[in-house]
Design a protein around this ligand. Structure first.
Ligand code: ADP
Length: 393
């Protein structure tokens, strides 16, 4: 009977899952999918690695399936449709590992208590990430679980890269730059040796451009700086998040507009970024297809923020050997990559327009001093690998 590792990524309104079967030492994707609209109009989809539909279900509008209902449905589906497979463990994506976890960890009651202490650091994500861990621990305590963190990969950043210019006691208490998207960057770093030896060994800036967006400076595959800081709202402008902001703006909104924490949180996380600037959409495809002036302005600002942040990353690294584009926009939006590369001409990047249109893998010319690449990320596989390693210990 083949054994498999389940990977769960629980958000506020969705539960994403993948199942990796161990075959001859490799981890093969068997099925992946999600339950979305957990509290509105739930919908379940499961697909095979090649995209074949394996299962589908929709609940009436207003059904409060929640994380518990979604998890029940998922495990019932796996038991019924993949009865020959034994699940040996579950790996979870958890946004915050705080100062304690520089590596993935097997979850027990003590670990869960520590992870709950980080809820105030990531109130929009951490509680949802922990919800399926708690449910599985209650229902099937014999099933091993591993928490894999978005912050861990950046714990190698030098102290100055982790600090704000705030009183030192606050740094010691944990008010510091953690950085996120770490599982994506770690995956990219793990495959870079097969992509390009110079990028793997040298100074590489990875641009993770999805709905959330950030950049990471890699030196020999280790993170030395990230554009995200204390929270995942810092750094680049994103789909609906503002990115870096003068803290004085927040003070102004409180003082002069009477906005409270929840209203400002909503503005910065859900009403800003590409959506807020364009007034049209947060989705890159929609904006690229639009000829509205504010869609163009939103794209201009998006690329300008990347240009500035890339300059900062180049300064931190003392030069750049390679750029890597990944995630939804990085992997698919050729016009955005073309603009970012044109803006980085001063660094020595020369775009190959034809391979860029074909989405790489190499999108710089053979003569380009700095190479540029498209490398699809795979956070789920990274979690499955970690889970296997931790459970083997
Ligand atoms: P998440 O951070 O939610 O995982 P993704 O990595 O899936 O997000 O990225 C979503 C973004 O990728 C959206 O802005 C979407 O418009 C963009 N995207 C996906 N496919 C394309 C495409 N073919 N061209 C341009 N943008 C795309």
């Amino acid at each position: 009977m083949p054994t498999a590792l389940a990977v769960l990524n629980a958000g506020s309104s969705s539960l994403k899952f993948s199942l990796y079967v161990e075959r001859n030492g490799a981890l093969d994707l068997e099925v992946r999918g999600q339950v979305e609209g957990l509290y509105t109009a739930p919908r379940f989809v499961a697909k095979s690695a090649d995209g074949t539909l394996l299962g589908e279900e929709a609940w009436p509008e207003g059904t409060q399936l929640g994380h518990a209902g979604a998890l029940d449905h998922l495990f019932a589906h796996l038991r019924a449709e993949h009865a020959d497979i034994t699940i040996a463990g579950v790996g979870h994506r958890v946004v915050h590992g705080g100062l304690d976890y520089t590596q993935p960890v097997r979850v027990d009651a003590g670990v869960l208590t520590t992870l709950e202490k980080y809820i105030p650091l990531a109130p929009l994500h951490q509680p949802h990430n922990l919800s399926p861990i708690k449910l599985i621990a209650e229902r099937t305590p014999q099933l091993p679980q591993v928490a894999c963190f978005d912050t861990s990969f950046h714990r190698s950043n030098p102290e100055v890269a982790q600090m704000f210019g705030l009183p030192y006691a606050m740094y010691q208490e944990g008010v510091r730059r953690y950085g996120f998207h770490g599982l994506s960057y770690e995956y990219i770093a793990s495959v870079l040796p097969q992509v390009d030896a110079r990028a793997a060994a040298g100074r590489t800036v990875v641009l993770h451009l999805g709905n959330g967006a950030s950049m990471c400076a890699l030196q020999g595959g280790r993170s030395v700086a990230s554009s995200m800081g204390f929270t995942a709202v810092d750094g680049l402008m994103m789909g609906t998040r503002s990115g870096s902001l003068d803290p004085g703006v927040v003070l102004y909104l409180m003082d002069q507009r009477g906005m409270d924490v929840r209203a400002i949180e909503k503005l910065l996380y859900n009403g800003s970024g590409l959506l807020g600037v364009s007034g049209i959409a947060s989705d890159m495809r929609t904006l690229l297809a639009s000829d509205a002036p504010r869609a163009k302005l939103a794209l201009d600002l998006y690329c300008y923020r990347i240009r500035r942040e890339l300059g900062a990353m180049a300064a931190v690294l003392g030069g750049v050997d390679a750029l890597v584009f990944t995630a939804g926009i990085g992997e698919n939006a050729a016009p955005i990559r073309a603009r970012v590369c044109a803006d980085a001409a001063w660094l020595g990047v020369e775009l190959d327009a034809a391979t860029n249109e074909a989405h790489g893998p190499r999108i710089s010319t053979a003569d380009s001093r700095v190479s540029a690449w498209v490398v699809p990320t795979n956070e789920e596989l990274m979690i499955a690998r970690h889970t296997r390693r931790v459970l083997a210990q």
